[in-house]
Structure formats: C-alpha cells, structure tokens
Design a protein around this ligand. Structure first.
Ligand code: ADP
Length: 774
C-alpha cells in the first residue's frame, strides 16, 4: 500500500549542521545564525513547531535552499533560553518525518511547505523475523553501551521495552554516534524493518570499529611502555640528577672502563654489565644506588686473574721458619715435609694443614712464616664465634645489610687468587638454626668443589683451588669428624720455662723493642727478669701473655724516657714489680706438711697443665655423698667409681664396714668457679678419700694423675707433658703416672723431667704406699 500523504503544511525551517533529530527523540541545540534565530522566533511566536533539516555541507554559513536535505523532522520546541550573546539554547522533541515540497521564503528566515512522510506498513512480515530483528538490535546496542559506558540504566531499560521496529530504530540512531549521512539515510528510510536492519548493521560496524580502535590504542601504549617510557623516565632521572648536581655518570663510565680492564670471566662480565644498566637507571639519592655500587666494587676488587709466583725452594722455607721461630723442631720438620709432598702430589686431594695446640704457642705465626716462605699473600680469617652459614658464604643480596662471606672478603683482602688463608680457631665454630657453617667450610676446603665456590652475595662462581688453606685449633674435641678427616694435623705443645726464656730473648724482646722504637742497648733484661715475668705474671702454655708483659715494660720505659727520668734501663727480677705491679701468681708453694684428706692432682687445660688439690671431709651422718667445685659429669662418675672401689676393700684399709651408711663424705676441688671435668682425677680422689677415712696423711710432695676403675686399676690419661711441667713448677718431687703412659714419658724432654721422680702405677695398690704417709 502506498504512503498516504498528508496535506502540505507551512512551517519555519531551521537548518542543522552535522546533526539530525529523529522522531521520538529529544535533542538540545544552540541556534546562533541570524536566519535560524529568526525562524525559531517565528515558530515560538506561533505554536513552537519548527521544521528541522540538515544542510549537506556543514561549513556553509548561509545555505541555499538546494543545499538542504529534503527529508527532515517536524519538531516541537520544548524549552528555549535566550543567551546574552544572541544565541538561543533550545530543547526540541522530534515529532514526525517531513519532506519539503517548496521553499516559500528564504529571508529573513526559511519558510517551507512540506508533507508528512509516513512509514511503509509491514503487515506481511513474520512476527518471528521481527522478533529476531528486535533482539539483534537490542544485543547490538547492549554491546555498544558496554563499549561506550555512557548510558544510564533507564535508557537501556527503555530501549529493551520498545518493540516497535520503527520507533526502536529512531531511538537507537538518536543515541548512537552515526555519521550524519548515515543518519540521513535512516531518516529517509520509510520501511521500518529495513530501517532497523540498517541501524543494526551500523551498530555492528560501530562496535567493531570501537574494538579495533581500543586494540590499536593498547598496542601503541605497549610500544610506548617498552621503549619510549623507559627513555622518558631515564631522561627524567637524568634531569633530576643534573638538578641535584649528583650525576653518577662519571662513576658509571669509570666502572665500565674497569670492567674492560679487569678481564673478567664471561659470567662476571655479563653480570656486571647488567648491574651497570640498573645503576644508570637509578637516582643517585636512592639507597639502592649505594648497594649496586658496593656490589660492583666488590666484584671488581676480587682477584680474578692476579697471582703470585710460588717460591718452591724448601731450603729457603726452612731458613725462614727457623728465623721466625725458636725450637718447634718437629713442627718445622713436618711442615717442610708437607710442602715437599704438596709440590709433587696432585693438588686436588692435598690435605689441609691444621696447627693444633693451646693459645700462644705460635700457630698463627708459623702459618704466617709459611706464607712468607712460599711468597704468598697472607690473610687471617677468624672462625671463632661463626655460627651461621652466611658468615662463610655470604648473605643474599635481598637481605638488608647483606655482604659477602668471610671467604670472599678474605680473597678481596688478599688481592691475589693464590694466597695462604689461615682459618683461625676452627674448633670455635658453632652452628644453629641458620645453617651449619662447617658444611660450607668443608666445601671451601674440598679440592674437588672449591674451583667453583659460590658466595650468596656475589652470585658468581669463584675459583678457590689455588688458595692454600691452613687451620688452627686448640682441641679437636669440637670439630666435626668430616672436617678432621680433611686435615693434616701438626701439634704444637706447651713451652717449658727454658723455651719461654729462649723465645723471649731471641724473638719477643727484639720484636717489642723494635715496635716501641727502643734500641737494645737502651733497655736490657736480665735472665732473672724474664724468668720471673713468665713465672709470676703469666700462667700459660704459650708465650702470648709473656709477650704482653714485655710490651708493657717497653711502654713504661718509653714513658720514662720521654719524661727524662732515664735514658737506659736494665730490668731485673728485683725491679720488675715497678713495671708489672704486684705478682699475679704466687711463687710455687713449697709442698707443706702432710695433711689428712688433701691430695694433689694434675689437670690439663687449654692454657697448659695445672695442679689441683682435692679436699675430702668426712663426718658422722647418713651416708650422704657430696661433690662441689663445678665438677663435670665425668668427674662425678669418677668419684663414685672411687667410692665403689673403697667399699670393696674396706677390710684392707681398716675402715669400718658401714662407713657408706653412717658417714657423710664431701669432696671439694677449690677454684670453684672454674668448671672441671675429665676422668684423670680418679686416683687422686680415691687417695684423698682413703686418707680422710683412715686418718692417714698424704705426702704433700706427691702429685698424681690417672683414671680409676671400680676394681682400682689405673688407666692412662692425656696431656702428660703439660701436667708434669705444672708439677715441676709447683715444686712437686714425685709424680705418679699411669703405667700405660710410660711410652710418652720417654718422649718428654729431659729439662722437664730433671729433678722429678716419675713413678709408673698400675693399680691403687701401687698408689697408696707411694702417697700415704707411713
Ligand atoms: P697462637 O696462634 O698459637 O695462639 P701466636 O702465633 O699468636 O700463637 O703466638 C703468640 C706470640 O708468640 C707471637 O708473637 C709469636 O710470634 C710468638 N711465638 C710463639 N711461639 C714462638 C716461637 N717458637 N718462636 C718465636 N716466637 C714465638
């Protein structure tokens, strides 16, 4: 059926630029051109109905009639607001479509005669098809709204409720941002189904376009992220740095030069290059910068290529060891042997030298001499108190205050790839929950693994296979067996008084005089002074305290000289107190009167040998057995063994049978604050107890050492040399030693044994006649 056309009507026309008003839609417009304002005013004067149509060319200021689209919209002006600049802001509502028939006038405003354009009826359309079309229109718009994110919930709801294809397409088109030409086509389309179809197609096109646009934007932004952003940020940092006048560029280029010069292994060079890049990006005020610089400097300072040439002349080595040390014949001999084997044997499974002995006996200084003899750099790493694996292997860089471990720090200090590293006090290393440092140390010492040592901080493989490691320890008791296994142990023992005297005269005094800038003609020491200094002011196995006393004398002399009190001085045993104060250790008590219940034992400590008197009191009671004086569990057990032995022989000793029931026994070892342990006081405790129980006094000139069994057998003990030395110093005349230690007695130097009667004992039956006063 053809469109039923209405009778032509005349209305003022307002031409629109780039906009089209659809029926059923509202639109706000600003009308400024005089011709348009005139037309609007004319409409407002009448019934506020106006004919709106778009001009073909939006740039034309005063369009001619032919430049207007013929199809436009009849609209009602809902609101009009006149602005001070002559513009009128209006809100218009589209009523229906109209087609211009004739332009009645053009000036002062357009006046047109038009006819209504009616929709083509779609009576033959299937409802399913219409429904499907409606649905696809809704979906397309939903997608559009989703992409645009600018429609209210109500708008979307209204659209969903509209099921008239003509009206729906008008509403959709008024909301969408279609081009004016496309909107014009939709306005001119009288077939409502076709119009909706076209609208859906345009919406789809628009959606696809928006998506593509987004993709492009994202891609552009990403590209910008990678290149430009980094560039822009770096430029910004540079600008900030210049402002702050703290440019790091000099550092960076200096590092770059050093990296090239250092001829690093590939892994290290690459790592540093990466770090440098990071550094460039950082602001100089950031704390990270200091950390990055520390790291770079640490790696650069490691001796990647520097090495010293080894001096393999063993005659020279021997000469140096002799120059630096008095005595120690066996030690020197074994070190020379060790060096000889090291030169010829395969390096990988070479054992690690371990110098074992009490403090101050020259372990450190022997190691230093070995380094000097070989022409290697010497570095000392103290392992005392190391409890954490990180101490050896470093902290990871993520850890606050991280730094390399002691091994890498030692290599940095050495500055060569083949130094001699002294691992001092290896037995003082502990372990806790933060990992076992001994395991890390084993890796360092293992020739199979140490060519690729990896510190947590440095994070690079470093070759330690050319390093010569030497350990020192006071005892092997606390060392893990796996570590002991890798060691070649050389023992250094206690010095005798004679040795101490010789060391003082030949080494300690010249060294200290030199250190204090004193000539040997200015400050002299008599033999008596040296002896007295060792005897009354020190109690040690080595000579460290003695060296300190000598240093103290030198200091005092230098002060006296500076004050003009004297120019030269001779230190004797009589004026020694002027320098060193009152005697710290009493002269050895001459063994006193024989006493009941007191017996002299001999002990071995890290500082050498010592005598200890064991006191026993007995009193009527209930058979209590008390032990005091910080005794360890082994010593306590030893006391119980002694009691058991005495009970089994009560008849022989003429002790009454039930003494263990009605007599309290108290054993005490003086120096209560010093912990004591070990089985070697067994026979001493037994003798003191028998003395107390029988009332027979003990010979005060006798000292003894030996473990006891419950049957009274005497078992061998350790540290005999030190113990005998201590006994001699204490003025003892007779020492009872376990028979099984006899072999060792032969090895003890005659100077120590001279004037002492050493009696080997197998059983308590041998001990008592020697010790108890008849
Ligand atoms: P340790 O490492 O065993 O604790 P040191 O090596 O530190 O002992 O020795 C302490 C001091 O005694 C050093 O000055 C050392 O030179 C000196 N010294 C030790 N033994 C001798 C010796 N046999 N000859 C010369 N000096 C010695």
């Amino acid at each position: 059926m053809a469109n039923k056309r209405s009778k032509p009507t005349t209305l003022p026309l307002v031409p629109l630029r780039g906009a089209i008003l659809f029926p059923n839609a509202l639109m706000s417009l600003e009308i400024g051109r005089p011709q348009s304002v005139e037309g609007l005013e004319a409409a407002l004067d009448k019934d506020s109905i106006v004919f709106l149509t778009s001009q073909r060319n939006i740039t034309t200021e005063e369009p001619l009639a032919e430049e207007l689209y013929e199809v436009g919209t009849v609209a009602k002006v809902r609101q009009a607001m006149r602005m001070p600049d002559g513009m009128v802001r209006i809100v218009v509502e589209g009523l229906r479509r109209g087609r211009i028939k004739t332009v009645v006038q053009q000036h002062p405003f357009f006046l047109v005669r038009f006819v209504n354009v009616l929709n083509k009826p779609n009576t033959d359309a299937k409802t399913d098809d219409v429904q499907a079309l409606l649905r696809s229109a809704w979906e397309a718009f939903e997608m559009y709204a989703d992409l645009q994110q600018r429609f209210s919930h109500e708008t979307l709801l209204n659209i969903k409720q509209c099921d008239d294809p003509g009206i729906l397409s008008d509403i959709l088109a008024s909301h969408a941002n279609f081009k004016t030409e496309n909107n014009q086509l939709l306005l001119e389309e009288t077939d409502t189904l076709l119009r909706l179809e076209k609208t859906v197609a345009l919406l789809d096109e628009e959606n696809a376009m928006i998506k593509l646009q987004r993709k492009i934007i994202d891609r552009v932004r990403l590209g910008m992220d990678k290149n430009q952003r980094e560039y822009f940020l770096r430029e910004q940092i540079k600008a900030i740095n210049t402002e702050l006048n703290e440019s790091d560029e000099n550092d960076v280029s200096s590092y770059r030069e050093q990296i090239v010069k250092a001829n690093l292994p590939a892994e290290a060079a690459e790592k540093l290059a990466r770090e440098l890049k990071r550094l460039e990006r950082m602001s100089s005020s950031s704390p990270e910068t200091a950390l990055a610089k520390d790291y770079i400097e640490c790696v650069l300072q490691l001796p990647w290529n520097e090495k010293t040439e080894d001096n393999n002349d063993l005659i020279n080595a021997e000469k140096i060891l002799n120059e630096d040390h008095y005595g120690l014949e066996k030690v020197k001999e074994r070190i020379i042997e060790f060096l000889a084997v090291r030169q010829t044997a395969k390096r990988k499974d070479a054992p690690v030298l371990c110098l074992l002995g009490p403090p101050g006996v020259g372990k450190t200084s022997v190691a230093k001499s070995v380094a000097r003899a070989l022409g290697r750099k010497y570095v000392r790493i103290s392992l005392g108190g190391v409890r954490d694996e990180a101490d050896i292997r470093g902290h990871r860089k993520t850890y606050i205050g991280s730094m390399p471990g002691r091994i890498i720090a030692g290599m940095r200090q050495a500055g060569t790839a083949n130094p001699l590293i002294l691992l001092d006090e290896a037995d003082k290393m502990g372990h806790d929950h933060r990992g076992n440092p001994a395991a890390a140390l084993l890796e360092v010492l293992d020739g199979e693994q140490n060519h690729a040592f990896r510190d947590h901080y440095v994070e690079l493989y470093f070759d330690l296979s050319d390093v010569m490691f030497v350990c020192t320890a006071n005892t092997l008791d606390n060392m893990p067996p796996a570590l002991i296994d890798r060691l070649e142990i050389i023992e250094l023992g206690t010095y005798t008084a004679v040795e101490k005297y010789e060391i003082a005269v030949n080494h300690l005094i010249p060294k200290q005089l030199d250190k204090h800038g004193v000539k040997k003609t200015q400050l002299k020491f008599t033999g008596g002074a040296i002896d007295a200094a060792a005897r009354f002011y020190t109690r040690e196995a080595g000579v460290r305290q003695l060296e300190r006393q000598i240093a103290k004398i030198c200091r005092k002399f230098v002060t006296m000289r500076a004050k003009g009190i004297c120019k030269t001085y001779t230190v004797t045993e009589y004026n020694l107190a002027k320098f060193l104060g009152v005697k710290k250790y009493k002269p050895n008590d001459k063994p006193g009167e024989p006493q009941v219940g007191i017996c002299r034992g001999l002990a071995w400590t890290a500082a050498g040998g010592d005598t200890l008197s064991i006191e026993v009191n007995t009193m009527p009671g209930t058979g209590k057995f008390e032990l005091t004086g910080s005794l360890g569990s082994v010593m306590k057990e030893s006391a119980h063994a002694a009691v058991s032995y005495i009970r089994s022989r009560y008849e022989t000793f003429k002790i009454h049978k039930n003494f263990y029931k009605d007599t309290d026994i108290h054993i005490h070892i003086p120096d209560g604050a010093v912990p004591k342990d070990g089985p070697s006081a067994g026979i001493t405790m037994a003798t003191a107890m028998i003395s107390a129980l029988t009332g027979r006094a003990v010979d005060a000139s006798v000292a003894m050492t030996g473990e006891i069994t419950i049957r009274g057998k005497v078992l061998p003990v350790g540290g005999l040399k030190e113990k005998i030395l201590a006994a001699k110093q204490a003025g003892i005349q007779k020492v009872l030693v376990p028979f099984e230690n006899e072999g060792e007695i032969g090895e003890i130097p005659a100077v120590i044994k001279d004037g002492l009667k050493l009696v080997p004992v197998r059983h308590m039956d041998d001990v008592l006649p020697e010790a108890l006063w008849k």
